[in-house]
Each structure stands twice: as C-alpha cells, then as structure tokens.
Design a protein around this ligand. Structure first.
Ligand code: DXP
Length: 264
C-alpha cells in the first residue's frame, strides 16, 4: 500500500475518518461515507444503534459488510468511568473489537475535553488491551502524556466540536505533530474542505470529522470534497511547500539572459 496510514498495526489508504451522527437518515449516512472514501467510521455507542436497541433501525444494515473498520466512540461521556463502561459495552457488542475512540467531555456547552478524566480513562483502557485513539485538547503536554500511556493515535481538536470554525491554533498542532511518534489526526471543528487541507499540509496524519459533512447542504458532495481536500493536503505536505517570503516579491521567470531595453 502506497503512503498508508497505519494505526494499531493496520494500514489504511484513506486518511479521512468520518462520523455517523446528524445525517437525515442511515441511507444518507451510508451514501456520504461511500463518497468520502473513508475506511474508518466512528460511531457514538450511546447514540447510534448498532444492535444495542432491538426493533430500531441498525446502522450496520446500511453499510456494506467488511468495508469499514468501525471506531466506537464515547461521545456524551463526562467521566472516565462512563467512557470505560461505554467502550466495554462496545467490545461486547462488536465481538471483542479493540480499536476505539476515547473522548471524555468536560462541559456540555463547549464540549471541551476533560483532560484529567481523559488521561485516567486512557490508562485503564490501554491496560485492558484496547487500541485507543484519543480526542484531546491541543495542549502538547497532554498529548505527550497520552502517547506515553500507550494511546495509538492522538487527536487534537481543530476547534470546538460541531463549530465548523476550522483550525484555531496551527502552532500548537505543529508542536504536537513534531513530538509525536504515533499518528496525529485533527479531530473536531473542521468546517470545510480548506480546513481539512490545512490540517494535512501542517503534517497531520489524518482528519476525523462529522458535522462538516453531515450538516452541509449536500452531504454527499461535501464528503467527496473532503476526500479530495485530505488527499491534496497530504500531497502538498509530502511535496514540501516553498519557503514563505513575507511581503517580498521574486519574479516567477528567471532574469538571467533577459533581453532588456534598459541600459546599465
Ligand atoms: C464524530 C465524533 O467523534 C465527534 O465527536 C468529533 O469530534 C467530530 O467533530 P465535528 O462534528 O466537529 O467534526
């Protein structure tokens, strides 16, 4: 696989991870996931039915079998205990599934992560054998601690969940990327394709998003745009951007050998 994203020993071609909340219905969810080209799909275990609520539509019935790696997440959890309990349930529900997304929120208004509870939950989950992709603030110290605990991917927020404000602090993101030895994925707050591209250009290994696609006027079309943006951002990162010249022009064509009417 060329330029694969490897998480917890498994390689993926797509660097775009997509959430499953806020769509009109499961059919639209499935169509958007398909258009995004994503391979990892995150599901809020407390909100989306994967079989835990009998008699209700089950998302899994709308997704092609074995196409996606499911990433159960703990959206809606406000304590380490709650998050750990939710992911143990996911493991049972999904046949000893180990790859999970941990998010422990600290405030119902801004949905900012509670880092003390996140670190506590991460420690327990890693000890129990989960592969933990973790949602975090963009604090490089917290990110390093989560990596030291053994999380398999660090996922700093771009901005508040569902805000669509894009990357508020590229400088902190850069610090996290520079020090990390596991994949860093920007998670939450992406609003449009250019936000995803900027994250990838900065050197993120991937982008996780939900609202930007689900709340777009045309979610399927936006999913396609996000696929292209993540790919373009990755290519630009690998290509290495030209040095920035702060308000100082250089001509685009070479000056040597130019036939000029100017003397001297
Ligand atoms: C789906 C999921 O895991 C969200 O909690 C995540 O953080 C995405 O945020 P956006 O909806 O802002 O993309």
């Amino acid at each position: 696989m060329q330029d694969a994203l490897t998480i917890a020993g498994k390689s993926y071609q797509s660097r775009l991870l997509v959430g499953t909340g806020k769509y009109r219905d499961f059919q639209q969810t499935a169509d958007a996931l398909d258009a995004s080209g994503c391979e990892i799909v995150t599901v809020a275990i407390r909100r989306v039915n994967l079989g835990q609520t009998a008699g209700e539509p089950n998302l899994l019935d709308f997704l092609p079998k074995n196409r996606y790696t499911l990433l159960p997440n703990t959206a809606g959890c406000y304590s380490a205990d709650d998050a750990v309990r939710t992911l143990r349930l996911a493991r049972e529900l999904l046949d000893d599934h180990r790859l999970v997304k941990l998010e422990v929120l600290g405030d119902p208004n801004n949905l900012y992560p509670n880092m003390r509870e996140t670190l506590k939950a991460a420690e327990t989950l890693v000890k129990e054998g989960f592969d933990v992709m973790v949602y975090t603030s963009d604090d490089p110290i917290a990110a390093r601690e989560l990596e030291q605990i053994g999380c398999c991917a660090i996922m700093p927020l771009a901005s508040l969940i569902g805000s669509g404000m894009g990357i508020l602090n590229p400088w902190n993101l850069q610090l996290i990327i520079e020090q990390a030895k596991v994949p860093v994925l920007v998670d939450a707050g992406v609003g449009t394709a250019s936000d995803a591209a900027i994250g990838m250009e900065l050197g993120c290994d991937g982008v996780l998003m939900n609202t930007a696609i689900a709340a777009a006027q045309d979610p399927v079309r936006m999913a396609r745009a996000m696929k292209l943006a993540v790919e373009a951002g990755r290519e630009a990162h690998l290509a290495g951007r030209m040095p920035r010249r702060f308000y100082s022009a250089t001509p685009s064509s070479p000056l040597e050998g130019v036939i000029s009417s100017r003397k001297g």
